[in-house]
Design a binder for this molecule. Sequence first.
Ligand code: AMP
Length: 339
Amino acid sequence: MTENVSPTIATVCSHTSLQIFDGARKEGFRTLGICLGAPPKFYDAFPGAKPDEFFSVASYQEIIEKSPELIEKNVIIIPHGSFVEYLGASNFARLDIPSFGNKRVLEWESDRTMEREWLTSAGIPMPVEYNSPDEIDRPVIVKYHGAKGGRGFFIAKNRAEFEEQIDDTQEYAIQEFVLGSRYYLHFFYSPLRDGGYRVGDGTLELHGIDRRVEANIDELYKIGASSGIDPSFVVTGNLPLVLRESLLPKVFELGERVVARSIELFGGMTGPFCLETICTDTLEFKVFEVSARIVAGTNLFISGSPYSDLIEPRLSTGKRIAQEIKLAIEMGRLGDVVS
Ligand code: AMP
């Protein structure tokens, strides 16, 4: 990657691509959209977010084969949830194309055991995990490994309910079901910026908060808990949220611990990450997942959020990513934010 020629910001045409392209353009970058087959028509409806160039592939795996062409085009890839999922975490980690963020986070995030080790050793409260159904002593949620968008997850209040519902041909985890309000906290860690909320040698920012809308669990109350219908947790959209202001110190403490520990374990996380939390009625947060990249909930805040507006008016996470790349180029430190 040459630092004197402005790179092109590239991502897969899905997930958070609209705000990534919009933000990159606002910061003066060229943009490239990687698409399956013909360029998706819906971009014509959003001129501000239509990439300058499309790069068609027959399958996502072809991105690997065509990586020399993308390198030739001097792109920096912005990974998002769908990008990493379509390609597979291990393929993504091996990709030669310069990519925003620290690829080493992938091995810690994509392995449930390593993720738990990272977070608990950082002092982050997590839901209890059970090694065997014999240990179930309270309501639990059972999660199949690699399940997309919560599909197939179920709740069991005891061992009998677990046995009734389990599909043991799949790998699963049994986790304490935490009752409370869900908050998905959108953080951004900059190892480059001065000022702000300091963590390590960088700055921790809170860009927004959302909650995922899930079918059918969110609406189950309408027909009553005794309806006999099994709850499902399939993500269909996102709602914006703000927290009680008095809870913000706790939220920053969570973000700070996760970042500080990531620096010790694997050289740190750079850029956007999300802590998926449940706040209980005793106002304690439990973190059930970390996503170490831009999450779809940030799409709510393409023109800023009640939090990011206080950093810079109308700041989206997509725009902030472009700013970080620009700052890194100016400082001659692209290697600190791209891997
Ligand atoms: P996940 O795939 O881990 O993001 O989980 C999908 C959904 O399942 C979440 O959005 C929550 O609604 C629910 N969920 C996951 N873990 C827990 C938990 N430990 N307690 C209560 N609900 C959970």
